[in-house]
Design a protein around this ligand. Structure first.
Ligand SMILES: NC(=O)c1ccc[n+]([C@@H]2O[C@H](COP(=O)([O-])OP(=O)(O)OC[C@H]3O[C@@H](n4cnc5c(N)ncnc54)[C@H](O)[C@@H]3O)[C@@H](O)[C@H]2O)c1
Length: 243
């Protein structure tokens, strides 16, 4: 019997990461649900018959240990760098702690995971990485401190690694979600704010985690075998206004 293909999803305890993990499991992947929230990672792993790993992606040693655990029973073919955080306020007024933390999770966390898992993919001669960017990288936004800068950098990491790893059969792409309803963003949609924000989206609705999971499932599938170095905005058409 062929070995099940293994996929690591970071930030899998809730929100987009959980939906991605469940979708990849239903597509036949053996999922490794990785999160700094170990209990949440366990819950996702239990729901999709996968493995849970407690890991802080901003900590290089924690990521190295997680990679060793995830690769113990076989190669990891898919990496979804979804773990991410954001803070609110103007960029100039942001605290140094906020700036350091958001850079270390969103940018360095993505890098640590790519650097930990890419060698195994290169050795296997195949693999797919999907990084979670944001609509905030396509359209400058105020009020979220350093967050858009980190996502812009994640897009450059995506293109750089697509060039570096492509000759080894490893594809690297990114998805830029628009306004999505998750545990992390739910407070922003309370009351009548949901309808008001939906009205500014060409497709007239806020996105759901399944919208992102569908796009990830496509990008890691063989149907996307000639797609690398791209960013797909899954945003109901919002970024079309900026181009
Ligand atoms: N929800 C949106 O509207 C939206 C829009 C654009 C981009 N995104 C991006 O999508 C991703 C997921 O967003 P979400 O709304 O599901 O977020 P969320 O807050 O609901 O969930 C994020 C998950 O990441 C985990 N996490 C946070 N820091 C971590 C760390 N250091 N190590 C490991 N895990 C960590 C959290 O525990 C949590 O389970 C993020 O990268 C975010 O920037 C989301």
């Amino acid at each position: 019997m062929p070995q099940p293909r293994r996929a690591v999803v970071t930030g899998a305890a809730r929100g987009l990461g959980r939906a991605i993990a469940l979708r990849l499991a239903s597509d036949g992947f053996e999922v490794v649900a990785l999160d700094v929230d170990g209990g949440g990672a366990e819950a996702t792993a239990a729901a999709c018959g996968g493995m849970a790993v407690s890991c802080d992606v901003s900590d290089r040693r924690s990521v190295a240990a997680a990679a060793e655990q995830a690769e113990r029973d076989g190669p990891v073919e898919v990496l979804v760098n979804n773990a991410g955080i954001w803070t609110y306020g103007p960029l100039i007024g942001a605290s140094q702690e906020d700036i350091d933390r958001v850079i270390s999770v969103n940018l360095l966390g993505t890098l640590h995971c790519c650097r930990a898992f890419a060698p195994g993919m290169v050795a296997a001669g195949r693999g797919a990485v999907v990084n979670l960017s944001s609509l905030a990288a396509a359209m400058a936004a105020t009020g979220v401190e350093i967050y858009p800068v980190t996502k812009g950098a994640v897009e450059m990491v995506t293109r750089q690694l697509a060039l570096e790893l492509g000759p080894s059969g490893v594809r690297v792409n990114a998805i830029g979600p628009g306004n999505m309803l998750t545990e992390g963003t739910a407070p922003a949609y309370e009351g009548d704010r949901m309808a008001a924000r939906a009205a500014s989206v060409p497709l007239r609705r806020i996105g759901l985690p399944a919208d992102i999971a569908n796009a990830v499932a496509f990008l890691v599938s063989d149907q996307a075998s000639y797609i690398s170095g791209q960013v797909i905005y899954v945003d109901g058409g919002v970024s079309a206004m900026s181009r």
